[in-house]
Design a binder for this molecule. Structure first.
Ligand SMILES: OC[C@H]1O[C@](O)(CO)[C@@H](O)[C@@H]1O
Length: 301
């Protein structure tokens, strides 16, 4: 797949092991976004921190072998590599128990990381990494760089506050929510509105960010882009688990939009990517371009 046309991306935040009932898989929302952008043809660097332990070495090895730049993933002697217990319900919907403190809570920005962001076309960050002041302050510094910024909301209870979310939204050029996240955040803003569209407009008014998308599970997604609203109604699939589906969705969407694809194509492509990830176990299954095309054109396997 080469939709990315060498778009240069940097993802900032958690890298960790998702521990499922019978296996563990690499994860962390920003890492999942980064890995998917890489498979779509972008040049991607990850800024994070792992522990000086077997789990940390295994993450670096795997991430490197998948083609990401790992020079900006530093190693901590004081904190362990991140671990998350993932529990799936009978519909494949995940709950996360996220160990604290982890090495990725203690990311310190350095010159190398800053240089990467300065040279990048896009910086992707989420909210979970801001649960600890150390990683939050390092992100704040990087958000001062003049680069296109994508905030992938990713609410993971109890690791966020509305005050923090507001700051992260205000700093962004583009925001990605799922429907529950949008309604939770706008309820906290005392929104009088019920529909996703009205609440997207409210976010735009309050934050000044006019580019955003909202995923709706099996009902696809909405995209607000350059003053217009685009919609995809979802693709019929059997969910294995929803872990990382939103992360791959945002990777596909942002790559398409920033390389000049039509917004309708971008949201269709992203919904197909998200659906295919939900259909396979874990956050980072291999997805081919022909699988996406088939789904987009309604051809059954
Ligand atoms: O980042 C927090 C959690 O969210 C996920 O990225 C899924 O979106 C998991 O891989 C990770 O454990």
């Amino acid at each position: 797949m080469n939709n990315g046309k060498n778009l240069k991306a940097v993802a900032y935040g958690e890298v960790l092991w998702d521990v499922f009932a019978n296996e563990k898989k690499i994860g962390g929302a920003p890492l999942n976004v980064a890995l998917r952008m890489k498979t779509i043809g972008c040049e991607v660097a990850m800024i994070s921190c792992v522990g000086n332990d077997e789990n940390g070495k295994a993450i670096i090895d795997q991430v490197k072998s998948l083609g990401l730049e790992t020079n900006t993933i530093v190693t901590s002697d004081d904190f362990p590599t991140g671990l998350v217990n993932v529990t799936l319900n009978d519909r494949g919907s995940a709950t996360y128990e996220i160990a604290y403190p982890a090495a990725w809570d203690k990311i310190v920005s350095n010159d190398q990381a800053k240089k990467k962001v300065v040279e990048a076309d896009v910086l992707i960050y989420g909210s979970l990494v801001c649960r600890d002041e150390v990683s939050r302050l390092a992100l704040e510094e990087l958000l001062n760089v003049n680069v296109y910024k994508v905030f992938d909301v990713n609410l993971r209870k109890p690791h966020y506050s509305y005050e923090m979310l507001e700051q992260l939204m205000n700093a962004a050029n583009f925001i990605k929510f799922n429907d529950e996240e949008l309604l939770e955040i706008t309820a906290a803003m005392k929104s009088p509105f019920k529909s996703l569209e009205d609440n997207m407009n409210l976010i735009a008014e309050r934050t000044g960010v006019t580019a955003m998308c909202v995923t709706r599970g099996k009902h696809g997604a909405l995209l607000m882009w350059e003053g217009q609203l685009y919609e995809n109604g979802g693709y019929p699939i059997q969910v294995a688990d929803t872990v990382g589906a939103g992360d791959s969705f945002v990777a596909a969407l942002i790559t398409s939009l920033l390389t000049g694809k039509e917004p309708q194509y971008a949201i269709d492509f992203a919904c197909a990517m998200g659906a295919l990830v939900a259909e396979a176990p874990g956050a980072n299954p291999e997805i081919s371009y022909s699988q996406i095309e088939k789904l987009m054109s309604g051809i059954k396997n």
